[in-house]
Design a protein around this ligand. Structure first.
Ligand code: GCU
Length: 337
């Protein structure tokens, strides 16, 4: 990931010129086959990647003569914010991106940054896999330039730091990396800490150089991104559950013939199934590996953390009233879950 940070832009430029050199149009057509580029920021054993492999396999089992799918892991096409621009243009067709990274494009996605929106992981999973949820999130897709076609779980987000966080008071005055987005900044302030938004790929060196005191994520960040080498305390405060969405370029989808579009729609469902199947095992493995790296997992009184930031719910709804129907649906999932 440090590698990405240094030359990510150069790689993205190289890919752009490769697109030009191979005679592909901006839409990625070449030699009779349409190239489909899928981008994500994780390593190749991560459940997101496994989901995309299932997608590729499915499309190529049905339409190998028409489409060639390439998956770009590790953010090699650039940070998500940059790739979203390529998605809008249609030169990259799919991207796996955290909802937090798209809330600046479309406020509806800030729903998932509301801390303690869900009361259990079961409720969260139920809500994000309900097709009505993606449909409701898609309403602005013409303006956004992208459409969410599958939701991948990314577990629960928790604080981890160089010093132990055993209660909210331990956050005071410390700097935490958060995903870009105003809701995260408001959440950190409510916890009494300072928010430092930055791209995922920049977090390792920021921790190593003590530019930040900690970050927040699921367990896989400790191992896949090696954050457990430089932070030894992971606290299960469970402040957020933000899915990774597989988003498709609207320009790409709109040009697909109806029967091909159906195959791509079904492929997204296959991707979601494969990602979910890989997730819980991946978390168990990451936890064991992180313990081997010397990371201590701390359990806390979650209610103490929740109570500190609950007033944000109403504030965020007041600021973005269009969130209310989705907020109510998420809350209803809590009751059922
Ligand atoms: C998780 C999530 C990514 C996200 C990252 C981050 O790893 O799966 O989509 O980019 O957190 O914190 O930036």
């Amino acid at each position: 990931m440090r590698f990405n940070k240094l030359i990510g832009t150069a790689i993205a430029a190289a890919v752009a010129s490769a697109i030009a050199l191979t005679g592909c149009g901006g839409d990625g057509s070449s030699g009779g086959k349409q190239l489909v580029r899928m981008s994500h920021t994780q390593i190749e054993t991560h459940p997101d990647h496994i989901g995309l492999e299932a997608f590729k396999k499915y499309v190529e089992s049905k339409l190998a003569d028409k489409y060639e799918i390439t998956i770009y892991p590790n953010g090699t096409l650039g940070a998500n914010e940059k790739v979203l621009e390529l998605i809008k243009q249609g030169s990259v067709q799919y991207l796996v991106v955290s909802t937090a990274n798209i809330e600046s494009f479309d406020k509806l996605y800030s729903l998932f940054s509301i801390p303690y929106l869900f009361t259990s992981e079961t409720a969260y999973e139920k809500f994000i896999t309900d097709p009505k949820t993606l449909e409701a999130l898609s309403v602005n897709s013409n303006a956004d330039g992208f459409v969410p076609v599958a939701a991948f779980t990314a577990g629960t987000r928790n604080f981890y730091a160089k010093t132990p966080i055993r209660s909210v008071a331990d956050i005071a005055g410390k700097k935490f990396r958060v995903q870009a987005g105003p809701t995260n900044v408001a959440m950190m302030e409510a916890f009494g800490g300072a928010a430092t938004p930055m791209s995922f790929g920049e977090v390792y060196s920021a921790l190593q150089q003590s530019v930040i005191d900690g970050a927040e994520n699921n367990e896989l960040a400790l191992t896949d991104q090696k954050h457990g080498e430089v932070t030894k305390y992971f606290t299960y405060d469970m402040h957020q559950m933000c899915p990774d969405l597989l988003v498709a370029s609207k320009a790409f989808l709109d040009k697909l013939p109806a029967e091909d579009k159906q195959v791509f729609t079904d492929a997204a469902k296959e991707a979601q199934k494969a990602e979910f199947a890989a997730w819980h095992q991946a978390v168990d493995t990451a936890k064991k590996t992180a313990e081997g790296m010397g990371v201590e997992f701390i359990t806390v009184d979650v209610n103490e953390f929740r109570n500190k930031v609950l007033p944000l719910h109403q504030q965020l709804l007041n600021a973005t009233p269009e969130l209310k129907p989705l907020y109510d649906a998420a809350t209803a999932a809590n009751q059922a879950g």
